[in-house]
Design a protein around this ligand. Structure first.
Ligand code: ADP
Length: 629
C-alpha cells in the first residue's frame, strides 16, 4: 500500500491518501463495468461482513474481554432514503483498527479471482453475481451500485480510535481519524441513478428476506425488524415448512435454486449434534476445481456460530453438500486449528457420511428420477470416494451408475443390475472405455458382445478410469476391459464354422505375412474371436495399459512406455478372405502388403493413435487410382 500524499505531516489524525494495489484497481474496473446479473447481492455481501464482525465480537464477550459499548445490542441497522437515494448499513460488530482498515479493504483475498474474471469477460459471458461472494471480493461489489463509499469504523478494543475510509473505487482511498463513540462499522453511500431501487423500502426488504433471512442477528430497516432470527435446525422436523427449508438453503448455499433434497439429523449418544444438510439441485460449474475452494458446512457450538467453512465435517467426495452442524460437544472458544483435528468433528463426519450414503441409497431405490438427477450432477465426485473411503467403499459401489450397451445414451446402469442380468456362465464383468459414447459404440471390439447380447459397461466419464484400480472385482467377478486380448469368451458362442476357419493352414500363413509386413510395429497378430463385421482391430496385451488411460496419461504429460498392440484379424471377413487368396497365389504381392499396412493404420486411426497420416493417405490414393482404372 503506497502512501502517496501527506496533506498535513504534523497532525497524526490528518487525512491520508493511499493507492490501491494495481490488481485491485483492475478488479474494481471490472466490477464497475461488468454486466452483473444480480447487482442486489451487494447487500448480501455487506450483511455477511457485518454478521462476521458481530460473531467475532460475540467471541470476545464470551471470554469476558472488555469492549467498547458492552451493552450495545448485537445487530445490523440499515437506513435508506428514497428521495436522496441514500443507503447506509451499520453494525455493532468488532469494527476495524486503522491497520485493518487499510489492509483488509485494500487487497483481494483470492489471487485467482482477477484471472477468472478476465477470462469470463474475454469469452463475453455474463458474470454471475454469485461468484463475488465465493471469491472474497464482497465489499467491492458495492461499487456496482455507487460511485463513492464511506466507511466509518471503531474497533471494539477499549483503547481504539475511530476512522473514516473513503473511495471512489478508481485507484485510491483516503483514511482519516474521526470522532465516533460507537463500536462497529458503518458503510454509507449515495446510489447511482440506475441503482436507485436499492433505496426503496419494499425492494430492500425483499432482498434481505431472500438472502439474509437467517442471519443470526436482528437486521432492521428504517427501525423495522426484517429477518427471522431462528435456528431452524433445532426445530422438530414436523414443524419446519418446506418454504422455510428452501429459504434457509438458499441463504446458506448462496444458491438461487431450491435444493434437490435435504436431511435433518438429531443425534444423541456417543456424539451429540443437530444438523440440517442439503444436496443442491445443480453442480457448480466446475465440480472438481471447487472441491478446494468450496466452503464447508457451517459449524455451531451450542447455537453459537463458530465458522462457515468447517472442512473437516465432510469427506472430499461429498463436498457438494451444504448445511449446518450444531454440536454440544465442542467448547465455545474452539479455534480453527482445533476444529481441523478435533476427534468430535471426526465422529460427526463419520455419522454424516453414513447418513448421507443411506439417503442416497434410498433415493436410488425409491425415487429413481431424483437419484439420476443427483448422479448426473455429482456422480463424478461421488465416484472418487471409491479410492478414498475404504470403510464405505461397498456402499459407494452400489451407488455408482454407468453407461452401458443395453441402455440408450444417457441412461445409466448399476453394477447390481449388470450382475443380476448376466448369463449364468459369464464369469466376468466387461467394460470398454473411451472419450464419449458415440466413439466407443463404434469400436469393432464390441461386435462380438453385441452379436451375443452380452452387456458391456461404457466407461466414458474420465473419472471411471481413475477408480478402476479400486474396483477390480464386484460380487466375486473380475471387471475386465474388452479392449484387452485373451478374453475369456465362451467358445460355444462362436460357431463351429469359425473354429474350423481358425485352424486352417491358409490363415496361419496369412497371419505370418501380416507379422512380416508389420514387423515391430506390433506385438502380435492373431485370428479374432470377437470381430463380426470389421476386418481387423487392435487390442491391448493382457498386462497392457488401458488405451484410454494411456491417452489420459499422455494428456497430463506423464511418461508412458509406448504400448505395442495386438492386431486381431477377422477370418470371416470378405477382405481377409481375399487377402488369403492373394497370399496363396503370391506371398510377395505388393497389393497384399499395402493392404495389410492400410488395414493396420486404419485400426490405429480408429484408436486415435495414427500419428502420421501421410503414408496412409498416399496409399489410399493409389488404391483408388487402381480401382477406378
Ligand atoms: P471477505 O469478507 O470475503 O473477506 P470483503 O472484501 O468483503 O472480503 O472484506 C474484506 C475484509 O474487510 C473482511 O475480511 C473484514 O476483515 C473486513 N470487513 C469488511 N466489512 C467489515 C465490517 N462490517 N466489520 C469489520 N470488518 C469488516
Amino acid at each position: 500500500m503506497a502512501e502517496t500524499k501527506k496533506t498535513n505531516a504534523k497532525k497524526t489524525n490528518a487525512k491520508k491518501t493511499y493507492k490501491f494495489k494495481a490488481e485491485l484497481s483492475q478488479l474494481l474496473q471490472l466490477i464497475a463495468h461488468s454486466l452483473y446479473t444480480h447487482p442486489e447481492i451487494f447487500l448480501r455481501e455487506l450483511i455477511s461482513n457485518s454478521s462476521d464482525a458481530l460473531n467475532k465480537l460475540k467471541f470476545l464477550q464470551l471470554t469476558d474481554q472488555k469492549v467498547v459499548d458492552p451493552e450495545a445490542e448485537l445487530g445490523i441497522k440499515i437506513e435508506i432514503d428514497e428521495k436522496k437515494k441514500f443507503f447506509s448499513l451499520e453494525d455493532t460488530g468488532i469494527g476495524m483498527t486503522k491497520d485493518e482498515l487499510i489492509s483488509n479493504i485494500g487487497t483481494v483475498a483470492n489471487s485467482g479471482t482477477l484471472k477468472y474474471l478476465e477470462k469470463i469477460q474475454k469469452e463475453g459471458k455474463e458474470v454471475d453475481g454469485d461468484f463475488i461472494g465465493k471469491f472474497g471480493v464482497g465489499f467491492y461489489s458495492v461499487f456496482m451500485v455507487t460511485e463513492h463509499i464511506t466507511v466509518e469504523t471503531r474497533h471494539a478494543n477499549p483503547d481504539s480510535k475511530a476512522y473514516r475510509w473513503e473511495s471512489d473505487g478508481k485507484g485510491s482511498f483516503a483514511v482519516e481519524e474521526i470522532d465516533r463513540k460507537e463500536r462497529g462499522t458503518k458503510i454509507s453511500f449515495f446510489l447511482k441513478e440506475e441503482s436507485k431501487e436499492f433505496a426503496e423500502d419494499y425492494r430492500v426488504k425483499s432482498i434481505i428476506k431472500k438472502y439474509s433471512n437467517f442471519v443470526d442477528f436482528p437486521i432492521t430497516l428504517n427501525k423495522e425488524k426484517v429477518n427471522t432470527v431462528e435456528a431452524l435446525w433445532r426445530k422438530p422436523k414436523d414443524d419446519i415448512k418446506e418454504e422455510e427449508l428452501n429459504e434457509f438453503y438458499k441463504f446458506i448455499a448462496m444458491d438461487y435454486n431450491n435444493p434437490l433434497g435435504h436431511l435433518q439429523l438429531s443425534l444423541e449418544g456417543s456424539v451429540n449434534f443437530k444438523s440440517l444438510l442439503f444436496i443442491p439441485e445443480k453442480a457448480p460449474f466446475d465440480l472438481f476445481r471447487n472441491i478446494n475452494e468450496e466452503k464447508g458446512l457451517h459449524l455451531y457450538a451450542n447455537r453459537i456460530f463458530i465458522q462457515d467453512d468447517a472442512k473437516g465435517l465432510l469427506p472430499e467426495y461429498l463436498k457438494f453438500i451444504k448445511g449446518v452442524v450444531d454440536t454440544e460437544d465442542l467448547p465455545l472458544n474452539v479455534s480453527r486449528e482445533v476444529t481441523q483435528h478435533s476427534p468430535v468433528l471426526a465422529k460427526i463426519k463419520n455419522t454424516i457420511t453414513s447418513k448421507i450414503l443411506a439417503m442416497l441409497k434410498d433415493w436410488s431405490e425409491n425415487d429413481i428420477g431424483k437419484y439420476e438427477k443427483f448422479f448426473k450432477n455429482f456422480g463424478p465426485l461421488l465416484k472418487t470416494g471409491i479410492n478414498s473411503d475404504f470403510t464405505n467403499k461397498d456402499k459407494i459401489l452400489k451407488l455408482l451408475r454407468f453407461e452401458s450397451t443395453v441402455t440408450e445414451k444417457g441412461s445409466l446402469r448399476s453394477l447390481d443390475q449388470y450382475v443380476a442380468e448376466m448369463d449364468e456362465k459369464q464369469k466376468e464383468i466387461y467394460y470398454l472405455s473411451g472419450e464419449n459414447r458415440d466413439i466407443v459404440e463404434k469400436n469393432p471390439n464390441l461386435e462380438y458382445f453385441k452379436k451375443n447380447n452380452i452387456e458391456v459397461f461404457l466407461f466414458v466419464d474420465p473419472v471411471d478410469l481413475f477408480i478402476l484400480p479400486g474396483i477390480q472385482e464386484y460380487d466375486g467377478k473380475k471387471i475386465v476391459s474388452i479392449d484387452k486380448a485373451d478374453l475369456d469368451i465362451d467358445d460355444k458362442k462362436s460357431d463351429s464354422e469359425d473354429k474350423e476357419e481358425l485352424a486352417k493352414k491358409p490363415l496361419k500363413s496369412l497371419i505370418k505375412v501380416f507379422k512380416d509386413t508389420l514387423g515391430d510395429k506390433i506385438q502380435d497378430v492373431v485370428a479374432s474371436k470377437r470381430l463380426v463385421s470389421s476386418p481387423v482391430t487392435l487390442v491391448v496385451g493382457k498386462d497392457g495399459l488401458d488405451p484410454q488411460m494411456e491417452r489420459m496419461m499422455k494428456m497430463m504429460n506423464q511418461e508412458t512406455i509406448p504400448q505395442k498392440k495386438i492386431l486381431e484379424i477377422n477370418p470371416k471377413h470378405k477382405l481377409i478372405k481375399n487377402l488369403s487368396l492373394l497370399n496363396i497365389a503370391n506371398d510377395k504381392d505388393e497389393n497384399l502388403r499395402n493392404s495389410i499396412l492400410q488395414l493396420f493404420e486404419s485400426a490405429e486411426l480408429l484408436d486415435g493413435n495414427l500419428t502420421d497420416p501421410t503414408d496412409f493417405v498416399q496409399r489410399m490414393v493409389e488404391f483408388m487410382e487402381k480401382s477406378t482404372k
